[in-house]
Design a binder for this molecule. Structure first.
Ligand code: PNS
Length: 168
């Protein structure tokens, strides 16, 4: 059984994340999306909300499981019996941090290798941070996140003027 873990903050999940989840799930028997419960950051959505949103947008992919975790990603991989860790590379600016993380993880746990997916070009500029920033100014985020996520972001950010959320 080939298992991989895709760890991240997913605050909130974007179309870029979803694209990577779909492609990674094609490669392995089971993909576990690990949502980091990070006490140091103040996320827009609680870890339970982020898990539920991910479950919602991945419900069409049968071999994807979504779980919260805390601590090291490699320890979560070991707990899940996963030998691969999935990460996306959007641009060269991601590279240095991702390389350092992959090398650290490999030195911590030899049994876990990082698989990098290059983000689809049309999603390369999207990040959860950008989504929150645009939504906070009442901008249109329908191109960046699935419709049900856009609704939840607008509701959380508290805009009265809710945009009509377009289809995917
Ligand atoms: O979506 P993000 O915020 O870019 O994801 C970063 C994440 C969660 C993958 C990374 O911060 C992480 O793995 N955190 C858990 C702690 C850990 O394992 N650190 C060692 C890697 S240097």
């Amino acid at each position: 059984m080939k298992r991989a873990v895709y760890p991240g903050s997913f605050d909130p999940v974007t179309k870029g994340h979803l694209d990577i989840i779909e492609r990674a799930a094609d490669l392995v028997d089971e993909l576990i999306v690990g949502v980091l419960n990070n006490n140091e950051k103040t996320p827009l959505f609680s870890v339970e909300e982020r898990v539920n949103m991910l479950k919602d947008v991945t419900s069409h992919i049968p071999n994807v499981r979504v779980e919260a975790f805390s601590g090291l990603s490699v320890d979560f991989c070991k707990k899940c019996g996963a030998s691969f860790l999935v990460r996306g590379l959007r641009a060269v600016t991601d590279f240095e941090y991702e390389l350092q993380m992959a090398q650290t993880n490999r030195s911590l746990e030899r049994g876990v290798d990082t698989l990098f997916f290059t983000t689809a070009l049309n999603y390369a500029y999207i990040s959860s941070t950008v989504v929150k920033e645009v939504a906070s100014y009442d901008g249109d985020i329908s191109g960046f996140v699935p419709p049900q996520i856009a609704e939840r972001v607008y509701a959380r950010i508290g805009h009265t003027k809710q945009r009509e959320v377009k289809g995917v």
